[in-house]
Design a protein around this ligand. Structure first.
Ligand code: FAD
Length: 458
């Protein structure tokens, strides 16, 4: 038997859940499907658990940084890793049940299993492929939707190197009960940097290997250079132009070999080489959905360019940056366009991003590589001696603000240092709401706070 709905959503992450709930609240019959515990990556295996570990790392870093300035700590001081992981589980473990209950309470039919298109309107749900220990008495279900939303997220890229199976993913890293003494991160993206900073504060010797000559692609290169200095200052080895080609396992350790023959011995190798859209085994070809390197190609309405009744949102679109605020922005637009016809378009202006290292690098808008010298003014400040930096005895702190001189509007903001991840939201708001730099400068900010610095940053 085929169950029929107005809308079928694949994926219960930030994107899928928001679309399903809005469609249901607007009177549509909705089914939602997930092959894993409900809630998706961000609250279970991404942003939230990561931030718990980052908080643990900050707890260690702060008193060490303040040694000799009133701190009771003088010397080595590390995280109780297993306790931190247990604490993290208090955030993640309730998620699947809570999200599923919430969706059910809205009258949405919840399916657990791997979804695959049989044709453009019908999905097969393989309930045996639900990766949680639920008792299942039915193996398969078939659901049909007038509209179908693909919100299947992303997964770690495959590197295609010998011994790849020895690497752990970010998800497995977040579940480690014990942290090895030596860790190699393959890839110099934001996940590697964040986890490397955590692991270093937890006492591990950490190395990041990056294939190309630049780490943290997508962030302002000049600001990244300062973060790399801070990272090295935290004892983390950042090695660029070092491409791993194999990973061998011996008794209790791993040996990573690079293309130029260097070797790195460690107790854990983490795949931090990026994430790709999760569309394999989804049957997109059977539905006639156009994809490019796995991502669902959508127009400005978030509608598949090849199937009018299919929409996509979140990481699976590869649109803009694969981040929660991107998915959060796209989701209500998808729901509105399904409910009312295509009336809303996406606008990624002013969506911020961050690398939650210690110190944090936060960013919004254009970076220096996109500066037009005839149009933009770049205001850089080394903030290392500013009070807001010295209060917490940080060494590295800087800001780079890019202003469009023809309009007086802020085109980009890049902050490194204490408070960066909060203050960036003010710049993001100014960019999105078109608040001129001069106006932002006149605001009577709470003093003394890092936000007060905005006046001098501009
Ligand atoms: C370690 C890590 C840290 C991160 N930190 C941050 C951060 O600090 N800030 C930030 O903004 N973003 C962060 N992100 C990114 C953020 O988590 C994602 O951008 C966001 O979760 C995407 O949401 P989504 O709804 O698109 O997909 P997801 O949350 O991935 O949800 C997709 C769901 O679809 C399901 N699914 C997939 N295929 C199928 C199928 N065939 N059938 C049924 N179900 C299927 C999956 O099981 C999953 O539950 C981080 C990601 C990681 C991995």
């Amino acid at each position: 038997m085929v169950e029929e709905y107005d809308v079928v959503v694949i994926g219960t992450g930030v994107a899928g859940s928001a679309i399903a709930s809005k469609c249901s609240e607007n009177g549509m019959s909705v089914a939602i499907i997930d092959s894993r515990g409900y809630g998706g990556e961000c609250p279970q295996r991404g942003c939230v658990p990561k931030k718990v570990l980052v908080s643990g790392a900050k707890m260690i870093d702060w008193p060490v940084r303040m040694a000799g300035k009133g701190s009771p700590v003088n010397g080595k001081f590390t995280i109780k890793w297993n306790e931190l992981i247990e604490f993290k589980r208090t955030f993640t473990e309730p998620v699947p049940e809570n999200i599923e209950k919430w969706l059910s309470s809205l009258g949405i039919d919840t399916y657990k299993g791997h979804a695959r298109f049989l044709d453009a309107y019908t999905l097969d749900v393989d309930r045996a492929r639900f990766l949680e220990p639920y008792a299942l008495d039915v193996d398969r279900a078939k659901v049909k939707g007038k509209y179908i939303v693909v919100a299947t997220g992303a997964k770690p890229v495959k590197l295609g190197i010998e011994g790849e199976e020895h690497m752990v993913t970010s998800e497995q890293f977040l579940e480690l009960d014990k942290l090895p003494d030596e860790i190699v991160f393959v890839g110099g993206g934001f996940i590697s940097f964040e986890f490397a900073h955590v692991a270093a504060r937890a006492g591990a010797k950490v190395t990041i290997l990056q294939r190309t000559n630049r780490v943290l692609k997508g962030f302002d290169p000049g600001m990244v250079d300062i973060l790399v200095k801070a990272t090295k200052g935290a004892g983390i080895d950042v090695i660029t132009e070092k491409e791993p080609v194999s990973i061998e396992r011996s008794d209790k350790s791993y040996l990573v070999t690079s293309k130029d023959g260097d070797t790195f011995k460690c107790g854990l190798v983490v795949n931090g080489a990026g994430r790709m859209p999760a569309t394999d085994n989804l049957g997109t070809d059977l539905a006639g959905i156009s994809t490019e390197k796995g991502r669902i190609i959508v127009n400005e309405y978030m509608q598949s360019i090849s199937c009018d009744h299919i929409y996509a949102a979140g990481d699976v679109t590869g649109d803009f940056k694969q981040l929660t605020p991107t998915a959060t922005h796209q989701a209500p637009i998808v729901a509105t366009n399904i409910i009312q016809g295509n009336v809303e378009v996406v606008d990624y202006t002013g969506i911020p991003s961050a690398v939650f290292t210690i110190p944090t690098l936060a960013s919004v808008g254009i970076d220096e590589t996109h500066v037009d010298k005839n149009k933009h003014k770049v205001v850089f400040n080394d903030k290392s001696t500013w009070h807001s930096t010295r209060y917490t005895n940080h060494t590295y702190s800087a800001s780079k603000i890019i202003i469009d001189e023809s309009t007086g509007l802020i085109a980009g903001a890049h902050l490194l240092g204490p408070g960066a991840e909060e203050v960036i939201n003010l710049f993001a708001m100014a960019i999105r709401l078109k608040i001129p730099a001069e106006k932002l400068k006149t605001f009577p900010y709470l003093y003394p706070t890092v936000s007060t610095d905005i006046r001098s940053m501009l």
